[in-house]
Design a protein. Structure first.
Length: 142
């Protein structure tokens, strides 16, 4: 993982708060499940460690490969966790400090609808579920 700093965030209603060790980079996932879960592409920060999390987080087993956490008060999408990884991916928009972030990769670009595109194409783009799992488990090819 890249350099990790303790960062804080919260859900829309503020009932769920968290502190995690996180880099200044995030990825965007275009898969259908992520789009249905959060109403658009999922922009997530892969975190090495949860320092603390408080509030009414409910866990939903969204598939046989991952589960997702959400606030049971307001419904905000909070985290995604693959079964094969110890890392959680927290929603980038939940972090309190929004300065200094870099979009570093896009995944499941083969599932991306044709009606939107991200403006900066300097990030890496990958297709398929195998690459998705490599990103989420920290085993992405260089």
């Amino acid at each position: 993982m890249t350099d990790q700093k303790v960062k804080s965030g919260k859900c829309a209603c503020g009932a769920v708060t968290f502190k995690v060790k996180a880099p200044d980079t995030y990825g965007a996932c275009h898969c259908e499940m992520c789009r249905r879960w959060c109403g658009g592409l999922w922009m997530g920060v892969v975190c090495d460690e949860i320092v603390e999390i408080d509030g009414p987080v409910e866990e939903w087993k969204s598939s046989n490969i991952a589960s997702r956490g959400f606030c049971s008060s307001c419904g905000s999408s909070v985290w995604h966790k693959p079964k094969q990884s110890q890392n959680f991916t927290f929603g980038q928009g939940l972090f309190d400090d929004q300065k200094g972030w870099t979009l570093s990769r896009e995944i499941c670009t083969d599932d991306q609808p044709d009606h939107y595109a991200l403006a900066d194409k300097g990030q890496k783009a990958f297709t398929g579920w195998g690459t998705l799992m490599a990103v989420l488990t920290g085993r992405l090819p260089k």
